[in-house]
Write a protein that binds this ligand. Sequence first.
Ligand code: ADP
Ligand code: MG
Ligand code: ZN
Length: 477
Amino acid sequence: MSDFETVIGLEVHVHLSTRTKLFCSCPTTFGVEPNTNVCEVCSGMPGVLPVLNKTAVEYAVRAGLALDCTINNDSVFARKNYFYPDMPYNYQISQFELPLCGPGHLDISVDGGPTRRIGITRIHMETDAGKNIHSATEDKTFLDLNRASVPLIEIVSEPDMRSAEEAVAYLKALHAIVVCLGITDGNMEEGSFRCDANVSIRPRGSEVLGTRTELKNLNSFRHVQKAIEFEIARQRDVLEDGDKVIQETRLFDSVKGSTSAMRNKEEAHDYRYFPDPDLVPVHIEPAELDHWKKTLPELPRARCDRFVATWQLPVPDAELLTGDRVLADFFEAAVAQYAEPRKIANLMTGSLLREQNQRGVTLAEAAMRPEALAELARIVDSGLISAKIAQDIFGDLFTSGAMPEAYVREKGLAQVSDTGAIDAAVAEVLAENPAEVAAYKGGKTKLVSFFVGQVMRKMRGKANPAVVNEALGRLLG
Ligand code: ADP
Ligand code: MG
Ligand code: ZN
């Protein structure tokens, strides 16, 4: 099968950042001592009754509204029955037949390309499980129930994506939305935003879906991309060998970059879903819904359009900045200080994102303030420092939070535009390189960049390039 089409549908689990769990008042704080956020309810003691966290419902509805979903005024919690040690009830409280949110959609584009509409099948609420901790030294498994019953929403997409790139674009857009809504911290490493990818292939033109596999353990956008690419190639090999793809769950190994079978769907449990008799249906008042609708924040896509319309930013830059609420807020604050949006955007998509990625420190954690970035753009424009120096000192400014002008003056990095000093340096360089001077005069005019480089070196990168060029022209002439 040489000409085939990839089909991907994603199931995304998002931790809601409510203060307390879904059915009790235990805190949801991450990374604390095991089993300190546990009570009778979330540890599943007999006879306890769950009480629904209203904020979790609000957050889930906000997600639904942002994804243009139908909101069901009445939805029902159901028990999903299976046995696993990290789930003390022996069932997960989820929603089945009547989820909170019905169909919706999300518009995405890959690298500023044409818009593609991805269907959202449903969004439902459910509880998270605890965590098994397998001892490395003893033949024992420990159980931490801190995460048990932390509220989750599951966002299920239609099988509408056609490439790994589209899947990643969808996930990034979704991530930006839920973070922008303020309903989750979105931390992928801590499991606040998790994704299972369902992947199949079929002959191009076919309307029938191929057999899918479900990929798990994808905790970064890169892993999603790699796992899907691997899986597409694997399924193609299987079909080309005349074999059949088996419907199964496969685990992604990020070290090997491959997926391997975890368990067959055939062996999967019948979950015996039924409505939870301990919980009344969730009812949403129209007035409440209306209020939530009216108080939705400006969503990333609208903000991106506004950035392009207001400041004529290139679409990829605007997408990058508005894909992260912290970046977008920072950008607007910096532009308010210094009205050169293109220059501010360049510093951010260049130096700032580089520092953020290399240091593994997000902008929210870094000390740099928008005022500092605005000032940096201003002192490059005024000629106090060169763009090169701005790049060199960016890391320091990013982590220290220093104000650029004071920093530059203190370190003696201000650019030299003084003709006297530059003329002297040029004269020295010409005297030290007679052969190159002769070659230049003989017609090798390209050598001018060699001279510029030498002068810059002599002046430790601080000479104003325009003045150096002018001086070279004059003294070589
Ligand atoms: P389950 O809950 O058992 O995983 P669902 O019917 O809820 O099953 O489907 C889960 C996801 O799988 C959805 O996102 C859906 O779009 C996707 N999906 C279903 N069939 C296919 C297929 N043949 N290829 C790719 N994705 C698929
Ligand atoms: Mg599934
Ligand atoms: Zn509890």
